[in-house]
Design a protein around this ligand. Sequence first.
Ligand SMILES: C[S@@+](CC[C@H](N)C(=O)[O-])C[C@H]1O[C@@H](n2cnc3c(N)ncnc32)[C@H](O)[C@@H]1O
Ligand code: SF4
Length: 421
Amino acid sequence: MSKFLHQCVLTHATSKLRAGMNENLKIEHLKSHIDFNFDKNKDYFLYIHVPFCNEFCTFCSFHKQKYEKSICKEYFKSLRDELKQAKSRGFSFNTLYVGGGTPFIDSDELLKTIELAKKLFDIKDVSSESSPNHIDPKDIQRFSGVVDRLSVGVQTFDDELLKKIGRYERYGSSKILQERLSNIAGILPITSLDLIFNMPGQSSQTLLNDIRIAKNLQVEQITTYPLMQSKLIGQSLKESFKTIKNSNEFEFYKIIRDELKEYSMNNAWSFSKSSTKLSDEYTVSESEYIGIGSGAFTYINNQLFINSYDINKYKSMIESGQNSIVAKCSRFTLKESAEYHFLLELFGGCVDISKFNETFKVYLEDTLRFEILALKLCGAVTIKDDKIQPTFFGEFLSAMLMKEFYMGMDNVRHTLREYYK
Ligand SMILES: C[S@@+](CC[C@H](N)C(=O)[O-])C[C@H]1O[C@@H](n2cnc3c(N)ncnc32)[C@H](O)[C@@H]1O
Ligand code: SF4
């Protein structure tokens, strides 16, 4: 299929998703406390948010605030209280992802919190994010047997780009980053490294160098996020790059896939040296998740709930024995929910039709008849033996749709941030 037609498909699909998200992710700020129903016999995916950073990066839209030692310590204590409350409400969790912000900003507190989570729940695997200035080997060693995967945000190994995104002074040059990473590779079962592609000013050669350096570091996982330019960060990106344009996504994606062809795919933008899969933050099979901490999202029963962005309010709600939900979006319809799960599965590499129908109580061939037909006609998927498999173009398309999806979620963050100003 021609480049032009691919571009048309991409433009149409992303604008349809964007319109759908604008329509369906309308936030309702709650006037009184609410709770949601959950299944006491089900193991859920648990997300814990640690919203503290020493400094902010221009490209990042996540919920965060400036680190202050005592506030952060109190916050971790509230997280542990919230974990105990979840236990007494009857939740079960089998997977934990700690994201930020910078979870390792106070590693003593982080360790205590993860250990408590593992004591309370039968958690099988734990992932945590970190920034490159909190990866001291001695410190990381203490997490051996506690954290299975450490995901470190590198973004690029190019000194000029690092300067533009304000990380050169903060986290060091490419050389320093490589030294830091090589000192911790192998301490935990999986060290994962985040890169961003399609940054303004990034060339094919810089991206190729980034991937080659990441491979040489012998880390188990490499995640390559396309730059997400939501309105939340548009202005700060413009200030740091002077432009926000770079539209070489498909070319860049081809470079990534070609360079990582011996790796197995966890999903359309994450690659592993071996085929061991650990649940990603951008979770595929476990599409319901419970969020703990300020600004964390919960997605359950086809509905999104959002915890207080205000850390003091979060703390006082937890102290009073409530959850900290302050906003929600309207419940997805059956069709919207099927579209959401279909995208996640496609992004994960395969839609098993029977399994999908059984899990989500739909008849996929009917509910998404036109969408599947369109994907087939434009060469994005093949259908064989009850499975819908993305082609190379389909994988790229699913990555771009996921990007659009996360930019839509950023708009939710934007609304909340404005509300709490
Ligand atoms: C929530 S951040 C936490 C990372 C960690 N605090 C650090 O600075 O290394 C997790 C990852 O999301 C990715 N990310 C954040 N903002 C992004 C954006 N606008 N576009 C693409 N990826 C982004 C980055 O790769 C980052 O490492
Ligand atoms: S990328 Fe990491 S360090 Fe930078 S602002 Fe986002 S969470 Fe904080």
